[in-house]
Design a protein around this ligand. Structure first.
Ligand code: ARG
Length: 277
């Protein structure tokens, strides 16, 4: 029985590889006549020759990226789709753990990271960031009956975060820059698991980006509240491999078009409306 399902998995994997190959050769034909993918010299040439562009993300972050059935959707996916459209290629989405995104990008397995990723000095050492496209902050989610009303009330409390995020960095407070001293930081791969533990009483609060926090609270509005105070000031940008100027310019052009045409605002508003906010 087990053997059979393993075999089925292999057959499926081969079938997928074949169909992906078919898709990339179709792309080559469409992209240009003479240039074989071996002769492709730049990132963009290679993308056009392959017929697809790959984004890495962590689809646990509604409304920026989340799963709607099998499909990954959200604000970042819509921006990424515009980048793909601009190049006339398909968009592929790699959905992986948030704290592995930069490693995957730098290993060459994807062309950019669009993941509600905040620009930080630390990350700037390893990737180049596009122009920013969203103003964000860390927010606190607690249960309605919680004694935690203000950021300072986090002192001595057990706080859940998504591993490797700016919320994690803030609560861990390694450099001692923040006033808060929580008793422990519980790190989760998915924000939704942190929220579940909050409702189970296993942790006292969740610190996560404000827009996703609103979303989590709306889904559990009988039990949860988001506090008004913002803990940080952050900005989201798309990350590319260091020195990949062509990719960066392409993304910045798309962002700039989307900003000036009002399209970016429209997309963001659409996801706000979807929250009933
Ligand atoms: N903005 C935060 C950060 O950069 C959290 C991003 C989490 N994104 C996600 N797709 N899970 O660390």
């Amino acid at each position: 029985m087990k053997k059979g399902s393993k075999l089925a998995a292999i057959v499926l994997a081969v079938a997928m590889a074949v169909s992906m190959g078919a898709c990339s050769s179709a792309g080559t034909t469409a992209a240009s006549s003479g240039a074989s993918s071996a002769a492709a010299s730049t990132t963009i040439d290679k993308i056009k020759a392959d017929g697809y562009i790959t984004m890495s993300t962590n689809a646990e972050f509604e409304p920026f990226e989340y799963k709607d059935g099998d499909k990954v959707t959200g604000i970042d996916v819509e921006i990424a789709q515009k980048v793909a459209d601009k190049l006339g290629v398909q968009l592929k989405v790699n959905d992986i753990a948030f704290d592995t995104l930069i490693t995957e990008l730098n290993s060459g397995k994807s062309n950019f990271v669009a993941a509600g990723m905040s620009v930080t000095e630390d990350r700037q050492k390893n990737v180049d960031f596009s122009d920013t496209y969203f103003d964000a902050s860390q927010a606190i989610i607690v249960t309605k009956d919680s004694p935690i009303k203000l950021p300072s009330d986090l002192n001595g409390k057990k706080v859940g975060v998504q591993q490797g995020t700016t919320g994690d960095t803030y609560c861990t407070n390694e450099d001692g820059k923040n006033d808060i001293k929580v008793s422990s930081v519980e790190r989760y791969n998915k924000g939704v698991d942190a929220v579940a533990d909050l409702m189970n009483g296993k942790i006292d609060a969740v610190v996560i980006d404000s827009f996703p926090a609103t979303k989590f609270v709306e889904k559990n509005s009988d039990k949860l509240v988001k506090l008004n105070d913002a803990l940080t000031v952050e900005k989201y940008a798309i990350a590319v491999k260091k020195g990949d100027k062509e990719m960066l310019d392409t993304i910045n052009n798309v962002l700039s078009d989307m900003k000036s045409s009002g399209e970016l605002d429209k997309i963001i508003e659409k996801y706000k409306a979807a929250l009933g906010a």
